[in-house]
Design a protein around this ligand. Structure first.
Ligand code: NDP
Ligand code: MG
Length: 335
């Protein structure tokens, strides 16, 4: 697989005209500041009375309405939450685009599922850093960068791919290394990862382990340490050096237990369920349900979330984390 580096990018494909960053949250702020420091003219587009406008101004950036920012820019990066895209695009962005402009997203959901459909004279591109905004900013400031994916959905100008690669380079993505993908691949794998493995899969695994121990009469505090707290140690090892590094640092007994018991928990039935989750993503069922849930005001979402948060593992964890002063320090630093 080709990895695109700084020398593969032509920054001029983006630098000639102002770049509008719509939304100044996790990704928006990081992209905007990195583009600015890379020598681009950046305009932040926010709704009237936006609480984040003051932050953008304090960072030395120009803030306009979404419509004005769209008009002024040649590339418009829509970096608000995915469920807000449809309305913002229809009311503020679409009427103010000019032929040859580029619309950029950091996740393909709303383009792939056709919640936004830019005209055929607009480039539609994606640049998705593989990390949260604060890391994208921090690594750039160090002269490094966070790896990124880039993709082209629609090439109206003949330069869509150059623009995507240029944008990736200007936020630090090609310093680390960028990989080309498609909107379909980025969106479907991103959704699958967060549902089956990262957010959905991992939390259910933790809860099932916690409940198995507490149902068997073990103390919730001990179960919390074993099934949630220590997960971080394992994830850090996996992140740093894959299975090999984890095996290097855990005990021989833990390795043997991993090899014989892991496949008893995550087995062919689990794989079949994962395939079902993937099928729902691929055929649009998940997107349809999530969009409908949003339109209904998120009643099921709120119900399921409050059920999750009422779990014994939450009260147990809160108490135990109070005994971990280093977590408090981390929170203060982030604030
Ligand atoms: P955030 O939730 O951090 O975005 C918040 C910003 O969006 C604020 O400036 C907020 O302005 C604005 N906003 C929210 N709702 C609206 C609205 N209805 N109308 C106008 N502005 C609004 O978003 P993220 O950075 O998390 O995500 C942005 C995009 O990046 C998404 O497509 C996401 O999938 C993608 N992405 C996110 C990653 C991440 O790490 N978070 C990683 C990779 C991709 P206000 O102050 O007015 O509320
Ligand atoms: Mg994700």
């Amino acid at each position: 697989m080709k990895v695109f580096k700084d020398t593969d990018a032509k920054p001029a494909a983006v630098k000639g005209k102002p770049v509008a960053i719509i939304g100044y949250g996790s990704q928006g702020r990081a992209h905007a500041l990195n583009l600015h420091d890379s020598g681009c003219e950046v305009i932040i587009g926010l709704r009237d009375g936006s609480p984040t406008a003051a932050k953008a101004r304090a960072d030395g950036l120009t803030v306009m309405s979404v419509a004005e920012a769209t008009k002024a820019a040649g590339l418009i990066a829509l970096l608000t939450p995915d469920m807000s895209h449809e309305k913002i695009f229809a009311s503020e962005i679409a009427p103010n685009l000019s032929a040859g402009d580029a619309l950029l997203v950091a996740h393909g959901f709303t383009v792939l599922y056709e919640r936004i459909k830019p005209g055929s004279d607009i480039d539609v591109i994606l640049v998705a850093p593989k990390g949260p905004g604060d890391l994208v900013r921090r690594e750039y400031e160090r002269g490094a960068g966070v790896p990124a994916l880039f993709a082209v959905h629609q090439d109206a100008s003949g330069e869509a791919r150059d623009k995507a690669l240029a944008y990736a380079s200007l936020i630090g993505g090609t310093t680390a290394g960028a990989i080309e993908t498609s909107f379909k691949e980025e969106t479907e794998t991103d959704l699958f990862g967060e549902q089956a493995v990262l957010c959905g899969g991992a939390t259910e695994l933790v809860l099932a382990g916690f409940e198995t121990l507490t149902d068997a009469g073990y103390a919730p505090e001990i179960a919390y340490y074993e099934c949630l707290h220590e997960l971080k140690l394992i994830v850090d090892l996996l992140y740093e050096g894959g299975l090999a590094k984890m095996h290097e640092f855990i005990s021989e007994t833990a390795i043997y237990g991993d090899l014989v018991s892991g496949p008893r928990v995550v087995n062919d039935e689990t794989r079949a369920r994962m395939k079902d989750v993937l099928t729902d993503i691929q055929n649009g069922t998940f997107a349809k349900n999530w969009i409908a849930e949003n339109e209904a005001g998120k009643p099921e979402y709120d119900r399921m979330l409050s059920e999750d948060l009422a779990h014994l593992i939450e009260t147990t964890g809160k108490e135990l984390r109070g005994m971990m002063p280093w977590l408090q320090q981390k929170k203060d630093k982030a604030a």
